[in-house]
Design a protein around this ligand. Structure first.
Ligand code: ZN
Length: 221
């Protein structure tokens, strides 16, 4: 629960620091509460993160977000999802060697993405696939994403990174960056594809192609 509904959309750096400290103090075993859909903090545009917090507070926040993401478990967690409208997210995923997995997962080691931006590599096109979000627990839906993006972000030391991402890492980067603009994946997902996680496993695992679902559930990809 957050009291964000009573706040304005602009927070000063001092207010952001106080909010971050309050959140960290309320963590349980280092795990933060994950904000669920319906809380306005997920719908506001996040403020620039670099320079907003002291270096020590930033590192403490990143570590708490890392533990929270692993505990969930998830492959990405953005500032607003822990109640902080600050433009940063943590990400981590691995190639799990699942045969027939269309997601094109690859090694995406843990890192923080601060003030991330992406530009689509349009000639590579989009790909529809199942996607979920820790703020909308228990459900997934088919969402089109750019297959490749040119991604830019700062790390925890303020060093700028530029990388072309492909497949699942590209999807994760887009999903998390969109959170920082007040979006949730379901905004642009095909709502006829909405499925509980149990039904996803029962009906669309492991081949679970969006194509099969589109035919069975009567929607266009
Ligand atoms: Zn999400």
């Amino acid at each position: 629960m957050s009291d964000s509904a009573e706040e304005g959309f602009d927070m000063t750096d001092k207010q952001m620091e106080e909010r971050a400290e309050t959140l960290l103090a309320s963590s349980k075993n280092g795990i933060l509460n994950i904000i669920k859909a319906g809380d306005p903090v997920l719908r506001r545009k996040s403020g620039k993160a670099w320079g907003a917090l002291s270096p020590e507070l930033l590192l403490n926040l990143i570590e708490a977000m890392r533990l929270t993401m692993l505990d969930a478990p998830g492959v990405g967690l953005a500032g607003p999802q822990v109640g902080l409208p600050l433009s940063l997210a943590v990400v981590e995923d691995h190639d799990r060697g699942i045969e027939g997995d269309e997601r094109e997962r690859s090694e995406f080691p843990f890192h923080v993405i601060i003030d991330p931006v992406y530009h689509p590599v349009e000639e590579k096109g989009e790909k529809p696939f199942f996607e979920g979000c820790l703020s909308v627990p228990g459900f997934q839906a088919v969402r089109r994403r750019w297959l490749e993006v040119d991604a830019t972000w700062l790390d925890e030391e303020g060093v700028k990174h530029e990388e072309r991402l492909h497949g699942w890492p590209a999807r994760i980067f887009q999903h998390e960056t969109d959170h920082l603009h007040g979006e949730i994946y379901i905004d642009k997902a095909n709502t006829r594809s909405l499925t509980t996680y149990e039904n996803l496993k029962d009906y669309w695992h492991i081949e679970r192609t969006p194509d099969d679902m589109a035919k069975a559930c009567d929607f266009e990809l």
